[in-house]
Design a binder for this molecule. Structure first.
Ligand code: FAD
Length: 442
């Protein structure tokens, strides 16, 4: 890894960085006191998840000498898309996690901290250890925040009393143990309001659990509810008929506009805010033996508190170029940015190439050269062994990779998700190999 001294020295050649007095910056106005001189960097990437590490690798493929610093607090890096399969015993959880340092490219400088404040006017940010860092270019790839506390009583009972979620590495195996044990009673699956990462994941847990109970001959003794805070089963209409056939096959009680607001795990009760056709909201109580919860999902507080976010707090980028709309030295990608695509690794895989090409173009004082078309993919696991591979871009435009009817459940798509996509993630996407990810030229 590059030393900090050499990075600091290199900063003197970074032409876009302005000299700022730390005592008069907006950070100081917010009570921050810089006790050290800012440390200089060329390119800083905040967040070493799917987007951050993938982007670092893609940039280095194009410019091997580029000096990149990744700011990432976690020692562990997760392949989250497989947690749905872990929840039904179809994937080994150990294969969804790797040590972060094993994935960060060798020439990249890793700072194991969180970014706690951004000062985009002065091209600098503050880390959780109090150090201040200045950059020539910044890429924000912090993902989103799972707001477990947004549902009353949930945090106290998660992981016990039959309450689980595939949205956490440590809980997906608990889902599987609960699914195996349940032979009768009531199972409830919930979906919060949009946006969420992998919008299909709440119902993937539903279908896979039902498929397992069907195979064991116990589904008829289990009453299954799907409470969806949204008004439709899935946001892209073309896929709804195929999904509704599975809702009918598994005899699922589907309630739309029904938002989980509180849980009492010990009592086995959950409460929903249910909106009727006139917009009136009533509180509905349900008992459960099994509860799979997907938490509300929000932008990180650090982005909301900064000038990087839009009114809702998502990093405000141009949805085609992924360049920040107010700060040209900054790009954003992944779940935490404002682009209105489906928040998925599939989207990140394409966004990485767009950011890499556009960032390098702007460093040469050129205009952005590529555009992101909003591509995202949601492999809807409608039964164990079959998937409806929903691939779509901005405006719900269908964008199938293969010349097949995308609304048909297929075994080939199951093999793709279970065996091919994890390998693409670890060995192509995180290594800067951009298979099937070329963006369109401006
Ligand atoms: P992440 O990969 O979440 O990484 C964000 C990183 O930023 C983290 O490492 C975090 O530690 C770091 N960070 C946060 N705050 C800070 C800070 N202040 N300073 C520094 N670092 C910070 N996608 C698909 O394509 N297909 C699927 O089938 C699919 N299924 C899914 C199922 C589940 C259950 C889940 C949870 C997700 C699924 N996804 C799926 C979505 C996919 O995992 C995400 O869209 C993807 O990981 C987003 O990448 P990202 O880099 O934006 O965020």
């Amino acid at each position: 890894m590059a030393s900090m001294t050499s990075l600091t020295n290199d900063l003197s050649t970074a032409e876009q960085i302005t000299t700022a007095d730390p005592t008069t910056t907006p950070l100081a106005a917010n009570g921050w006191k810089a006790d050290t001189q800012p440390v200089g960097h060329d390119v800083i990437i905040v967040g070493g998840g799917a987007g951050g590490i993938g982007l670092a690798a893609s940039l280095l493929r194009r410019e091997p000498a580029l000096q990149i610093t990744i700011i990432e607090p976690s020692e562990k890096h997760y392949y989250q898309p497989a947690w749905t399969l872990v929840g039904v015993g179809q994937f080994n959880p150990d294969n969804t996690v790797k040590p972060t340092p094993n994935l960060i490219p060798a020439t990249v400088n890793w700072l194991k901290h969180s970014a706690i404040a951004f000062d985009p006017e002065n091209n600098q940010l503050t880390l959780s250890d109090g150090s201040v860092h200045r950059y020539k270019n910044l890429i924000v790839a912090v993902g989103l925040k799972l707001d477990w506390g947004g549902i009353e009583g949930l945090e106290e009972t998660l992981g016990s009393n039959g309450v689980t979620s595939n949205y956490r590495f440590d809980l997906a195996p608990y889902t599987w143990s609960l699914v195996q044990k349940l032979e009768s009673g009531r199972a409830i699956f919930t979906q919060p309001g949009m946006p969420i990462k992998c919008a299909g994941a709440p119902q993937k847990a539903l279908y896979l659990s039902c498929s397992y109970w069907e195979s064991k001959g116990v589904l008829s003794k289990i009453s299954v509810d799907f409470d969806n805070a949204g008004g439709v089963l899935f946001g892209v209409a073309a896929f709804v008929p195929a999904l509704m056939r599975y809702i009918a096959r598994y005899k699922v009680n589907l309630t739309v506009n029904s938002n989980l607001v509180a849980v009492d795990g010990a009592a086995g009760k959950a409460w929903f805010a249910v909106k009727d056709g006139d917009g009136q909201i009533s509180r509905v109580e349900k008992s459960f033996d099994f509860l799979h919860v997907v938490p509300p999902q929000v932008p990180h507080d650090v982005i909301k508190a900064s000038r990087l976010g839009n009114a809702d707090g998502w990093v405000e980028v141009d949805q085609k170029t992924l360049q920040h709309v107010r700060y040209p030295a900054i790009f954003g990608l992944g779940d935490g940015c404002s682009a209105p695509n489906a928040k998925t690794v599939a989207a990140v895989r394409k966004q990485i190439v767009v950011v890499a090409e556009n960032l390098l173009a702007t460093r040469k004082k050129l205009a952005p050269v590529t555009e992101y078309d909003g591509y995202g993919a949601c492999p809807l696991t409608v039964e164990i062994g079959k998937i409806v591979l929903a691939e779509f871009g901005y405006g719900g435009k269908l964008m199938p990779t293969f010349p097949l009817d995308p609304t048909v459940p297929r075994r080939s798509a199951w093999i793709l998700k279970k065996s091919v996509l994890p390998a693409i993630y670890w060995y192509l996407m995180l290594k800067g190999r951009e298979w099937l990810a070329r963006p369109r030229k401006v």
